[in-house]
Design a protein. Structure first.
Lengths: 179, 176
């Protein structure tokens, strides 16, 4: 029996994390351990929320509990998120850690959530990262414009130098949808 | 049918990444798409002959990469997994994110290091860029454990054991 550790923080990603973790737990099949690391301050509210998530985890799979057959456990621990997640993963011999890639106190971390980055660094097992939903992809997605074949464009540049004609100046790109 | 995109760089981490992808593909009954992105060299354009050689060098690398992909594909096919291969040339992170969207994959399986981890010693630069940009679920496979000596040697050298000129220079100087 494998074990999947899902680290949740009740941010908007949490629902997707639980859906992914329970889908994987059903497919593998594996035991699902829900872990919430909290600070002492928000302990009480988070505990109530953890109970709620646990109760709703089974119906979310869309199958009756016996068919879904997810065996689970839930933990709530006060401490430093990265340390606790890694410690618990080692303790329950997790085969996968599932967590959100952002949203874990990622207000200041522009790259990857600090927790996710720390867990990736220290983890002994694969880490499954669920992207935050509703994030503005915008320009970063890199779609919608045609990309050139780099080798071909290199050859074209070669030909141009042989012809010794300066390349035509490019039209300045218009800013996308100013309206 | 679910799909798993597996970007490979044929470094030390590749074997464990392929292994993990195979395990996941078996568990969720998914197709595996092996992707290798040949990195473009950035030449200083001075002589046209240099350019010709570069284009030739890239073509040779592409052929070698395709061979390597085919070998990995056969290895996975014998274990009963449906595999497709894809070889591109360009920027690894951009191409991985783009292909993940285009192919509508369910998972991206990558190594935590090894993807040209020159500067980002914490998380490989390609992996962190993909995590930042992609909206797909990413499975990060931990790097195989190394002794500290070879790990520090790897830090100095590139993924294929080549000495990275920039880092070598940086290492020699006492202070920048």
């Amino acid at each position: 029996m494998k074990t999947i550790l899902a680290a949740i923080d009740f941010s908007p990603v949490t629902k997707a994390v639980i859906a992914e973790a329970s889908a994987l737990a059903r497919a593998t099949p594996a035991r699902l351990v829900l872990l919430n690391v909290t600070t002492a301050k928000s302990f009480v509210e988070d505990y109530a929320a953890l109970r709620l998530v646990l109760e709703s985890a089974e119906p979310q799979t869309g199958l009756p509990p016996h068919a879904a057959a997810i065996h689970g456990d839930s933990l709530q621990i006060v401490g430093e998120p990265v340390d606790v997640i890694l410690d618990q993963a080692a303790r329950c011999a997790a085969d996968y850690i599932v967590m959100g890639s952002h949203g874990h106190t990622a207000l200041f971390e522009l790259l990857v959530g600090g927790t996710a980055a720390g867990v990736i660094c220290g983890a002994q097992c694969p880490v499954i990262l669920i992207p935050a939903i509703g994030r503005k992809g915008g320009k970063q997605q890199g779609l919608g414009f045609r990309r050139k074949d780099p080798v071909r464009s290199m050859e074209r540049a070669e030909r141009q130098t042989k012809r010794r004609t300066p390349p035509r100046p490019r039209r300045p790109r218009r800013p996308a949808s100013t309206a | 049918m679910k799909m798993i995109l597996v970007p490979l760089d044929f470094s030390d981490a590749t074997a464990s990444v392929v292994e993990e992808a195979a395990r996941l593909a078996k568990a969720i009954d998914a197709h595996v798409i092996l992707l290798h992105v040949v990195r473009l060299l950035t030449p200083v354009p001075r002589y046209s002959t240099e350019r010709t050689n570069l284009a030739e060098a890239i073509r040779v690398t592409e052929a070698a990469a395709e061979e390597e992909l085919e070998r990995t594909k056969i290895d996975l096919c014998t274990r009963g997994i449906a595999v497709h291969t894809l070889r591109l040339t360009g920027n690894a992170a951009t191409d991985i994110v783009e292909q993940a969207e285009k192919l509508d994959v369910d998972y991206i399986v990558m190594g935590s290091h090894g993807h040209t981890a020159f500067y980002d010693l914490v998380v490989g630069s390609t992996t962190s860029a993909v995590l930042r940009r992609s909206r797909r679920v990413v499975l990060v496979v931990p790097a195989p454990k190394k002794t500290t000596k070879s790990a520090s040697r790897r830090r100095e050298r590139g993924p294929r054991g080549r000495l990275d000129p920039q880092l070598a220079v940086r290492g020699k100087r006492a202070s920048p």
